[in-house]
Ligand binder design. Structure first.
Ligand SMILES: Cc1ncc(COP(=O)(O)O)c(C=O)c1O
Length: 495
């Protein structure tokens, strides 16, 4: 510790060729020290180079860029002076964030409302989920009611899940191309519990886990609470950087890797089949458990729903892959039904962990989930059509009210990962809160605190008129005359 601050050194490295591949073409064409420093700083703030990653030696990077050694030395000096890298003799130069840098606002949980405007319930643009499809929930309850007396004769403890629901979940995996037996399924209280159980079974405090960066914020919180060390695989609007992912896996040999390959939360990116194969092979060779979160896989708006990643392995699925999912996005988060698919042996071990926390899932939720699972292919198209229309409406509202923002239209999922062009996400979040809009600032999704300040995740899960009102209020907060305080000062060398 120095001045109460933990001092890190590098815990992995990026090669000169890998770094060059991340630099914008203008820097590659005419490498100057200011441009190079600014590009590296942007990569750090965007999570594309994680913190505590050793940068290439100056001579090596100069060679890879076809630049003079003085250019790289000058860039590293600027980065060091402004706090974006540190160096130590013998340890090289590694990425950091300047002291005191971090999110401005309080840590906001989704829905943590408290809106000021008189009686205004506010607009929640932080939750990427919808209410239940009304008709199907009513139908499911009607189907379940006459079956309850028979179920109620049993004491009601089904730690593995209701047998019929385990079978229905297994059948759905089989139908999607991944042959699965009911013994390979544990029914959980949502995908979040599924992830916590897997983490509790496989990891001990201090173990290293790799996640995407950015990633689902509550998964990051679960890893922090379990006191695990997180490394990261960058996901940008262009998708996964699989070469860096492979080298991160090789260098850190993590215990577990957690990925959301289908309409990734928050970017909406869809991992191509070739990258899925590379990820399977890389995790197999490092002996890393690969946890695949399929919670959003069925929200396929412009492409067919992807087959399970595990189905690309040997028939019956690669044993090192654990797949989790839930009914929260296809149906309703209020119905606490999710699952884990793994080997039958691991399911037994996971169930022992589960019993220590909550004994069993709710039988009422599970019996309602049964007909919903079985009718999924019939009910899903209407939900997807609604999401497509709302996505279009959100795009129109953004174009109208905040034309300076940009985004990449995702082929599925529930939200846009909006680029604000300036690191003002936390400041905007505070001002928007006062205007009755709750937003998901980008920093919530970053592995390292203080990154993704120039991003917002805006879900298209509300009706079009609410989305438009939300974006109109955001624009009001943005354009209210007083510039927003950036979470990161622009360094002196950037004009
Ligand atoms: C990627 C991802 N995983 C897990 C969850 C948690 O879902 P559940 O409600 O099933 O616990 C969500 C919900 O937003 C999610 O987006």
């Amino acid at each position: 510790m120095a001045n109460g601050r933990v001092v890190h050194t590098a815990d992995r490295a990026i090669g000169s060729r890998q770094l060059a591949a991340l630099l914008p073409s203008e820097v590659l064409a005419r490498p100057g020290y200011r441009g190079l420093a600014d590009a590296v700083r942007t990569l750090v703030l965007d999570g594309r180079i994680a913190l505590h990653v050793r940068l290439p030696a100056e001579r090596e990077l100069a060679q890879a860029l076809g630049a003079s050694r003085a250019t790289v030395t000058g860039a590293y000096d600027l980065l060091r002076e402004s706090g974006y890298v540190r160096s130590r003799r013998g340890s090289g130069t590694w990425t950091e964030l300047p002291e005191g840098h971090g999110p401005v606002g309080a840590h906001l949980l989704p829905g943590a409302g408290g809106y000021s405007a008189d009686g205004d319930p506010g607009i929640d643009l932080a939750i990427a989920a919808m209410g239940a499809p009304e008709d199907s929930l009513t139908e499911a309850l009607a189907w379940a009611a006459p079956r309850l007396p028979a179920l109620a004769r049993h004491p009601g403890y089904h730690p593995f899940g209701l047998p019929d629901l385990r079978a229905a979940v297994a059948d759905r995996f089989t139908g999607r191309g991944l042959p699965t037996r009911p013994e390979q399924i544990l029914v959980t209280s949502g995908a979040q519990q599924a992830f916590s159980l897997v983490t509790a079974l496989l990891c001990r405090p201090g173990d290293r886990v790799v996640t995407e960066n950015p990633t689902y914020a509550n998964a990051l919180d679960a890893l922090r609470h379990a006191r695990l060390r997180t490394g990261s695989i960058a996901v940008s609007d262009a998708g996964w950087d699989m070469e860096i992912a492979e080298s991160t896996l090789r260098q850190t040999v993590p215990r577990m890797a957690y990925v959301i390959p289908d309409f990734h939360n928050p970017t909406g990116a869809l991992m191509p089949p070739e990258q899925r194969l590379r990820l399977l092979a890389a995790t197999r060779s490092t002996g890393t458990w690969l946890v695949v979160d399929e919670t959003i896989a069925d929200i396929a708006l412009d492409v067919p729903a992807p087959a399970p990643l595990a189905s690309l392995g040997p028939r019956g699925g690669a044993d090192h892959v654990i797949t989790i999912g839930s009914l929260s996005k296809t149906h309703w988060g209020g119905l606490r039904v999710g699952w884990i698919r793994a080997t039958a042996k691991m399911i037994t071990e996971l169930t022992a962990v589960r019993v220590s926390a909550d004994m069993t899932g709710s039988v009422l939720d599970q019996v309602v989930a049964l007909p919903l699972m079985e009718a999924m292919d019939r009910t899903l198209p209407a939900r997807l059509a609604r999401l497509r229309a709302q996505r279009e409406a959100l795009v129109r509202s953004l174009q109208r009210h905040t034309p300076e923002w940009s985004w990449h239209l995702p082929p599925g999922g529930l939200s846009l990962w909006v680029d604000l062009g300036e690191p003002v996400g936390s400041a905007l979040s505070e001002r928007a809160g006062a205007a009755g809009v709750h937003i998901g600032r980008g920093a919530r999704f970053g592995v390292d605190p203080g990154t993704f300040e120039h991003r917002l995740r805006i879900p298209y899960t509300l009706p079009a008129d609410r989305l438009d009102e939300g974006v109109r209020r955001l624009a009001g907060a943005l354009h209210d005359g007083v510039p927003l305080a950036p979470a990161v000062d622009r360094p002196y060398w950037v004009a």
